[in-house]
Write a protein that binds this ligand. Structure first.
Ligand SMILES: C[S@@+](CC[C@H](N)C(=O)[O-])C[C@H]1O[C@@H](n2cnc3c(N)ncnc32)[C@H](O)[C@@H]1O
Length: 299
């Protein structure tokens, strides 16, 4: 595999091409980027979500990070690797007019497309910044919630991204990130494929190492909210493996998973999720007190 800068250039070039074509072309046509479907097999349906904007949906995600993001009206939300703005517009529906949504992406063509989408909707509190998520163009302690969909696997220094998330979240803020992880090793031919690197598979790390990076960055209450296996169609695998190599891979037991992980930055005021937990604890406390009242028969 190439060095970090060369890998980033490959990723930027692929996503620039994708930004310039329609979702349908990318998913199905022989004129899409690379082997048909490589970039869209992991995506979930957004159509039922409030704020959904079909123009921003290039089917490039691998989960629904906003589903577990506990975004509240007035929140400042940051989306890492925002593409054409798909999760930003869903987040905007939750923050309302009083909040703010910032998308960061390092592919100029994606940023242009996202800005055009925001302009068409007339939103003045959704902003797209061009930048690298290893070095976020966002000030310290300035965001309530960070989301990201299928991006960190593309980044060579994932520890650096979690340290940037820690820097930019306010104390007590939280993140919800959908990403790809592995359990077991990919065959060398898949590991070394630039197309599968840009297609969110070859740059993925082990499930356990991913959670360890989050722990080592200092986050608390780390929870895998959702996990699902990703089955890569044979026609994509056969672009990189022989028939025998494919059979060996299928028999190897290696798993490719989409996970959505939630975690909190320590300190500060409680997040929405913590507030919910406290409500539950308060209800438990009240029940315990009632139970101890004279005549209740349980103490
Ligand atoms: C798989 S796409 C996902 C886009 C978007 N999150 C979505 O679900 O539609 C990955 C996006 O991350 C961006 N990206 C990859 N590496 C990045 C980095 N180091 N810094 C900023 N953006 C990056 C790419 O330009 C691309 O738009």
């Amino acid at each position: 595999m190439k060095n970090a800068e060369a890998m980033k250039t490959t990723v930027r070039e692929k996503y620039a091409e994708i930004a310039l074509q329609s979702r349908e072309t990318n998913a199905a046509s022989c004129c899409g980027v690379g082997t048909p479907g490589t970039y869209t097999i992991m995506s979930e349906s957004y159509a039922q979500l409030a704020g959904y904007n079909p123009d921003a949906d290039l089917a490039l995600g691998c989960g629904l990070p906003t589903e577990f993001a506990h975004i509240e009206p007035g929140d400042t939300v940051l989306d890492l690797g925002s593409g054409a703005g798909n999760d930003c517009f869903v987040a905007r529906a939750a923050t309302g007019d009083s909040g703010k949504v910032i998308g960061v992406d390092f592919t100029p063509e994606m940023v242009r497309k996202a800005r055009l989408n925001a302009e068409k909707l007339g939103f003045n509190n959704v902003e797209f910044r061009q930048g690298d998520i290893e070095d976020l163009p966002v000030s310290d302690n300035s965001t309530d919630v960070i989301v990201s969909n299928c991006v960190l696997n593309l980044v060579p220094d994932k520890a650096r991204v979690f340290s940037e998330i820690m820097r930019t979240l306010r104390p007590g803020g939280h993140f919800s990130i959908s990403d790809i992880v592995l359990v077991g090793q990919l065959p060398k031919a898949l590991q070394q494929s630039a197309e599968l690197y840009a297609g969110c598979v070859a740059g993925a790390i082990q499930h356990e190492d991913y959670l360890n990076l989050i722990r080592e960055a200092g986050f608390e209450n780390i929870t895998v909210q959702k996990q699902k296996p990703i089955l890569i169609p044979d026609h994509i695998l056969l672009a990189h493996l022989s028939d025998e190599g494919l059979q060996d891979f299928l028999a190897s037991g290696t798993g490719i998973f989409s996970i959505t992980v939630y975690a909190e930055k320590p300190g500060g005021t409680p997040t929405a999720k913590n507030r919910e937990k406290r409500k539950v604890n308060l209800a438990e406390l009240k029940a315990a007190i009632a139970c101890c009242e004279p005549g209740s028969g349980c103490c």
